[in-house]
Ligand binder design. Structure first.
Ligand SMILES: Nc1ncnc2c1ncn2[C@@H]1O[C@H](COP(=O)(O)OP(=O)(O)OP(=O)(O)O)[C@@H](O)[C@H]1O
Length: 573
């Protein structure tokens, strides 16, 4: 069943009735007048050519008060951060959300006493809407499994996405990093397929046994992380129903597993999925769901051929060829296409329109028909901007992706002193789980060596390591065996280490999207998080440019005598 735009609007009204108010206008198809807590801060409703930002948001940085050691610098010029005084962004925000220790698990410690002790970070409760999974119409068996895993309340984006996907809409899901997008698409899929699904009249006569959902992710790590999430929900007895098809692993073993286990869901990287599909070992014509996670990256040139094959073959009606004159939509069976990312530039909206049937854009508590969206007007610096330029849409996407709970700083350091600055920064902020990003693989080893030599447990993660080494490193880091993970772009997207409390840019990110994805490795699910960019004097203009594009305060700072000293911008300009 496919809904008309009118039906979508009605659904949106129903969805929003408790806390948001929508008005259907003449030339503005959908106007969101009020957005729920937590979402308001970041939510921007794209309205025709208008972009509206609600500044009366209520998620406060004050509520995420840090325990960082902070000291005033020169009296009137330095600013205290993390103390009772809210930042400029927070000052506009009124309501202090409750904070709970919900889902915070104590760290497993396999370490000697002197080693790192993992700190449990609190989750900001206001990220969750009032709804329960029951209210979202998930089947009882699935809810049981969620409860067993300690998951009882959907996040905002899950509340918005689950009903829409359950109603068989093609959808683009956008919400900031760490807001729970993975379960936002997995739960409605698991409601329809597999052992936890909603009972239907056809049960028993249902002969479908092929792959029913294909989930594509740009990296092995992310692919494997999604597999673990599906396995966790399916439970130990049914975990064979999901199969990973990621590059770097043994291909024939994956093909054998496909034959033996007959999985309902496959999760993989574009190259490996298309390779196995082209070899005739993966049959996806009857597939009902295609999910592209980190879709903006999957649409990049590197993946073009593999993605083309996947889009052409997954859920294609049998008996049609790719040269069919009916066009890609008509050739499709009932496949639902779900595109997901924290950063959705306009190019993704355009792609979604051409692949989907009346697709909708789902953001936390907001659902908008894609047809109503045009290239957004700049919300940032008006001076920068040609309103219709693709880079403007990319910058806006990066703004939307930043979790509201982050603190951003930059610190000037000579290249040869960067590791020392990194170490001082970690001590001053008392960070326990740190991800440090660099742009190249080679220098990672050197940084790890220097940190270890100074008594800080550190490890490296990059693409030159084998698959097994990569998963071992990641597991040990997640378990708290290492305090610092020094890595490159491999880890910038999707990586979920909930306890990560500090992200460091040891090399500058290439653009604001890049900055946003790196930054999003901390502050997961509303937890407190800090991002520090360590740069040379000559690079500060890049930081200032990103600050302008992202519309967040990235404050100049230094670390002296074990403390964070925050400067006013005029000190450094
Ligand atoms: N309803 C929920 N209750 C408690 N924890 C949740 C819930 N939904 C998701 N999580 C947890 O929140 C964390 C972040 O979720 P997830 O990785 O899906 O975020 P994301 O939005 O996809 O982030 P990114 O954009 O960085 O990929 C994960 O550890 C996940 O297990």
């Amino acid at each position: 069943m496919r809904l008309t735009v009118g039906q979508v609007h009605r659904h949106v009204l129903a969805l929003a009735s408790s806390r948001s108010c929508f008005v259907l206008g003449d030339n503005l198809p959908l106007r969101m007048l009020s957005l729920p807590r937590a979402v308001r801060f970041h939510q921007t409703a794209w309205l025709g050519t208008e972009t509206v930002q609600d500044k009366s948001a209520s998620l406060t940085l004050a509520s995420l008060e840090g325990q960082n050691k902070v000291e005033y610098g020169k009296k009137e010029k330095a600013t205290r951060i993390g103390g009772p005084k809210p930042s400029s962004r927070a000052s506009a925000l009124k309501v202090k959300p409750k904070v709970s220790s919900f889902n915070s698990k104590p760290a497993k410690s396999t370490l000697p006493k002197s080693a790192v002790v993992k700190k449990t970070l609190k989750i900001d409760e206001s990220l969750f809407s009032a709804k329960s999974f029951e209210e979202l119409g998930l089947p009882p068996l699935l809810i049981d499994r969620l409860n067993k895993e300690g998951l009882s309340t959907p996040t905002e984006v899950q509340s918005a996405a689950i009903p829409i996907i359950s109603q068989k809409h093609d959808a683009v899901i956008q919400s900031y990093t760490g807001s729970g997008k993975t379960l936002a698409y997995l739960l409605p899929i698991l409601s329809e397929i597999g052992p936890l699904k909603r009972p239907t009249e056809q049960d028993g006569s249902d002969k479908r046994s092929g792959v029913e959902a294909v989930i594509v992710a740009p990296s092995r790590e992310l692919g494997m992380q999604i597999v673990r999430e599906v396995e966790k929900i399916l439970g130990p007895n049914d975990k064979r129903l999901v199969q990973q098809l990621v590059g770097g692993a043994n291909r024939s073993r994956q093909e054998e597993a496909l034959k033996k286990n007959k999985p309902l869901i496959v999760v993989g990287t574009p190259g490996r999925i298309s390779e196995i599909s082209a070899g005739g070992k993966l049959h996806t014509h009857g597939c009902r769901f295609l999910v592209l996670d980190e879709v903006d990256q999957l649409l990049s040139f590197n993946y073009r051929e593999d993605m083309h094959r996947i889009l052409e073959h997954v859920g294609r009606k049998s008996g049609t060829s790719s040269r069919d004159i009916l066009g890609p939509l008509a050739r499709r069976s009932e496949r639902q296409t779900i595109l997901v990312s924290a950063t959705i530039p306009f190019s993704v909206i355009r792609a979604a329109r051409s692949w989907g049937h009346d697709p909708v854009l789902v953001r936390a508590m907001s659902v908008v028909p894609l047809d109503s969206i045009t290239v957004p007007r700049p919300v940032l610096s008006q001076t920068d901007a040609n309103p219709n330029s693709p880079s403007n849409s990319v910058n806006q996407a990066a703004v939307d992706s930043l979790p509201p709970s982050l603190e951003h700083y930059y610190c000037i350091s000579k290249a040869q002193h960067k590791v020392d600055t990194l170490r001082r920064c970690i001590h001053a902020l008392e960070a326990q789980t740190v991800i440090a990003f660099m742009n190249n693989t080679k220098p990672l080893k050197d940084v790890v060596f220097k940190l270890e030599a100074r008594g800080m447990k550190a490890t490296e993660l990059h693409g030159d390591l084998g698959k097994l080494a990569r998963s071992t490193v990641l597991k040990k880091f997640k378990d708290g065996e290492f305090r610092v993970l020094v890595t490159n772009e491999l880890s910038a997207r999707g990586l979920d280490v909930p306890e990560c409390d500090l992200v460091i840019n040891l090399d500058l990110p290439t653009d604001s999207t890049h900055y946003a994805h790196r930054a999003g490795r901390t502050g997961r699910l509303g937890r407190k998080g800090t991002v520090v960019t360590i740069c040379e004097e000559t690079e500060t203009f890049v930081v200032r440019k990103m600050r302008k594009q992202l519309a967040v305060p990235i404050k100049p700072c230094e670390f002296t005598e074990g403390k964070l000293l925050v400067h006013n911008e005029e000190d450094v300009e």
